[in-house]
Design a protein around this ligand. Structure first.
Ligand SMILES: NC(=O)c1ccc[n+]([C@@H]2O[C@H](COP(=O)([O-])OP(=O)(O)OC[C@H]3O[C@@H](n4cnc5c(N)ncnc54)[C@H](OP(=O)(O)O)[C@@H]3O)[C@@H](O)[C@H]2O)c1
Length: 241
């Protein structure tokens, strides 16, 4: 199967790409981003499966980018502004990246030609544990952000439904995504306190990546993958290697 990983230079996407390259069922990985994705270390000849595709406008895809994306069977969408980066840009810019890019990406990528393939296209979107689709449930921490990300989830499900079986969508809702050695001891302790205060669960980057890859390749177990699902499926997949 042919996989697109959108936001290919990011923290989670880098691990998804590393795992995808050694996955026997994945024959090609298109790394879609605004910059070239690095080839992971120690993947040997599997590196040949990777193709970086640079996109300059995530709201209006050029014909050349569309040509590179055509023929894919699934997309894992990781492009977003994470809460830690929100202060670096106006709110409207963050909404454009999180909502506008994801919806335009879904609409563009899922409509590209797939000659001779009748199976539904799988679109896997990473959101967050505290996002909400209902304004009445807006949380007290990062309320506008959580609601905006929830609106994207809702729209993705609506679009998948409107496709009448041509597209299947799944939304992953991880808590804090962790990786060994990612944060120093002090920052790690601060993050743990913050996470506990707002009741945020944790998943390892290898686990979430293994889960999302498994769902894209083998089929979607659930429409909404909670943090506990991401840990459970990820651990099962990683153990089977
Ligand atoms: N990390 C966590 O603990 C965590 C927890 C819960 C949910 N999530 C969600 O998981 C997903 C991936 O998170 P992550 O930690 O991997 O994030 P990340 O490392 O910040 O990666 C985000 C990706 O989006 C791209 N991007 C950002 N702004 C862009 C723009 N204006 N135009 C084009 N591309 C842009 C980045 O490109 P550049 O590399 O060029 O900047 C990068 O490839 C996000 O939806 C995030 O909200 C993350």
């Amino acid at each position: 199967m042919n996989l697109i990983v959108a936001g290919s230079t990011g923290f989670v996407a880098t691990e998804i790409i590393r795992q995808a390259l050694s996955h026997p069922t994945v024959s090609s990985v298109v790394a879609l981003g605004r910059r070239e994705a690095a080839v992971p270390e120690n993947v040997g000849p599997s590196a040949a499966k990777l193709k970086s595709v640079i996109c300059n406008d995530f709201e209006h895809y050029s014909e050349s980018v569309k040509n590179e994306l055509a023929g894919a069977d699934a997309c894992i969408w990781t492009i977003a502004v994470t809460p830690g980066q929100l202060s670096k840009m106006p709110w409207e810019e963050a909404v454009k990246i999180c909502r506008g890019y994801a919806i335009a990406g879904f609409e563009t990528i899922t409509q590209l030609p797939r000659p001779g393939v009748s199976k539904p296209f799988r679109f896997v979107y990473i959101s967050g544990a505290n996002t909400v689709q209902d304004p009445a449930q807006k949380p007290w921490v990062m309320g506008d952000y959580c609601l905006m990300r929830g609106e994207v989830e809702k729209r993705i499900f609506e679009l998948a439904k409107e496709s009448e079986g041509k597209v299947e969508a799944s939304v992953a809702k991880p808590g804090m995504i962790d990786a060994q050695g990612r944060t120093g001891l002090l920052m790690g302790a601060v993050k743990t306190v913050m996470r506990t205060l707002i009741g945020l669960p944790k998943v390892n980057v290898e686990e979430i990546s293994a889960t999302l890859l498994d769902q894209a390749v083998n089929g979607l177990e659930k429409e909404v993958l909670l943090n506990e699902d991401l840990v459970r499926i990820g651990q099962r997949v990683l153990k089977s290697h």
